[in-house]
Design a protein around this ligand. Structure first.
Ligand code: NAD
Length: 484
């Protein structure tokens, strides 16, 4: 339990992300003593709120702790009405920052969180420097949220605007999948077990399957989703980061630079698809109403164009041009309104060639990593059929986090915010990674724009997506291990 003195300035402090995710995550850190006496939070947005009203809104989003703990926490919160495009407002903000720095003895440490539209990130970054809001005696760090651009060109423009003000090691690009317990557990699984590490390659692995299924539809975020779609919203960032955690070469040490360099290897070796490969290897879908008519289709949702061709589902096959992974397909799948919320990874090992056991083809062993809602591993391996038979059958070895373990798991935002406070970069997205992922996704988008869109809607709400996603694997004799 060690306290790190720090001031948070949240741009977009009245917004949904700040209230639903950031303030509860900071409260967790407060309850654990990682934030204690020496911290303060300034929320800024255009509305003319008072500090008191702001504190009430913060408290009303805390669902744990006693009223006293909540009030003690909220007392560290201050509100500053602020238009990010107005230079004069930064002068006022600086005064409040300096006052709070003194009052809470924050040693000049500052974290600026961009919890608002990315179009304003560059403007804010530039004013922070020109109006002298960056620290002279402590650290200044910047946290950025997705969506980081909508293609490579816009992401680069955004990045250029930020890195002209902040150094590389001051910028923390959040991908909350990197803060999930079982995603962080992947390097342990790989590198702390020699037998797994030794078989983690094309000689032993037949294919890898990654499923990020959501049961919810687009909800109230239709306006944003119409400009994004599943490819940009889930594949470019979360799925790519999970692939990187599964495949980066073993680093010599666990320091930020070596892990970043190892992850960069993956992104620079993503096999970039040709137009023909996109047609053969990527499919898209859009949800229609549920079979019982209880749930409406995407085109009937609020703020959605009734003829929209935006995809709410993507499945595809990608490959890495790295010797270790030569020829191993990575099948990925994500979508809204699928059967259930589920994030899991299935590592499908090659079948044994032995015909000792009844002469029948043996099943493929599978190592499943359950990310959420359950968290754990399931290892399905061949063993003896119990009794007098001579067949080999699959047995499951299962490890699941208990309820008591789950209590120890920090929320992804809590974990990542603490890493920013400590200045650890290895679980954040580097620009090179993002650039590689955008190039990959841009190729798919361009190819899709060139060809006719499938007849949407093409999957029923509550199913596991369009049939084309199953066909993708079936044509090589494979199938999705997770069927829902
Ligand atoms: P929101 O619309 O709820 O909040 C936006 C905030 O920005 C508000 O506080 C608003 O007052 C402020 N703002 C807008 N223009 C301003 C200006 N010119 N000057 C000062 N303040 C201004 O949005 P949100 O859902 O909180 O999302 C914020 C960012 O985080 C977006 O880029 C979003 O895509 C991203 N994000 C949100 C979530 C989520 O769960 N909400 C998840 C991931 C990423």
């Amino acid at each position: 339990k060690e306290e790190n003195p720090v001031l948070f300035v949240i741009f977009g402090g009245s917004g949904d992300l700040a209230h639903r995710k950031l303030y509860p995550a900071l409260f967790q850190l407060f309850q654990k003593g990682q934030l204690d006496q020496h911290f303060a939070v300034i929320g800024t947005a255009r509305r003319p709120w008072t500090h008191e009203y702001f504190r009430e809104t913060v408290q009303s989003n805390l669902h744990e702790g006693t009223a006293e703990q909540q009030a003690a926490f909220a007392a560290h919160f201050y509100y500053q009405s602020h238009d990010v495009q107005d230079a004069a407002h930064y002068v006022i903000l600086k005064k409040l920052i300096d006052t709070l720095d003194q009052k809470y003895q924050l040693q000049g440490n500052r974290i600026f969180y961009m919890a608002m539209a990315p179009a304003l990130f560059g403007t804010i970054a530039q004013y922070l420097r020109s109006e002298d809001l960056l620290s002279h005696d402590g650290f200044s760090r910047l946290i950025i949220e997705k969506p980081f651009g909508h293609d490579y060109a816009s992401a680069k423009e955004l990045n250029d605007a930020i890195v002209s003000t902040f150094d590389r090691d001051q910028v923390f690009r959040i991908d909350h999948y990197l803060g999930k317990e079982m995603v962080q557990a992947l390097p342990y699984l790989r590198f702390a077990n020699q037998m797994i590490n030794a078989s983690w390659n094309h000689e032993y692995i037949d294919n890898v399957q990654i499923t990020l299924a959501e049961s919810l539809g687009v909800e109230e975020r239709g306006g944003y989703y119409e400009t994004a779609g599943a490819l940009r919203d889930m594949v470019q960032n979360h799925i790519m980061q999970v692939i990187a955690m599964l495949t980066f070469p073993e680093p010599e040490t666990l320091c930020d630079q070596t892990i970043e360099a190892a992850r960069e290897q993956v992104f620079t070796h993503l096999h970039q698809l040709s137009e023909d490969e996109v047609k053969a290897k990527f499919v898209r879908g859009q949800y229609g109403p549920s079979a019982d008519g209880q749930q409406i289709g995407y085109r009937q949702e609020e703020k959605i164009n009734p003829q929209s061709n935006v995809e709410t589902f993507v499945a595809g096959e990608l490959e890495l041009d790295l010797p270790q992974w030569q020829g191993v397909p990575f099948y990925v799948r994500t979508g809204k309104r699928l059967l259930e919320k589920k994030t899991r990874i299935d590592i499908v090992f090659k079948k044994a060639t032995s015909n000792l056991f009844g002469g029948e083809s043996l099943a493929a062993p599978v190592l499943t990593i359950e990310v959420e809602p359950e968290s754990g591993f399931i290892f399905s391996i061949n063993g003896k059929q119990v009794g007098t038979g001579t067949q080999a059958v699959l047995h499951s070895l299962k490890y699941q986090l208990t309820d008591a373990d789950q209590q120890l798991v920090p929320d992804a935002y809590e974990r990542l915010l603490l890493e920013v406070v400590r200045g650890h970069q290895s679980n954040f997205v580097q620009w090179q990674d993002m650039a590689g992922a955008w190039h990959f996704v841009d190729k798919i988008r361009q190819a899709w724009e060139e060809c006719d869109c499938p007849d949407f809607p093409n999957y029923t709400s509550g199913s596991m997506g369009p049939k084309a996603a199953d066909d993708l694997l079936a044509k090589t004799g494979r199938h999705w291990i997770y069927q829902g």
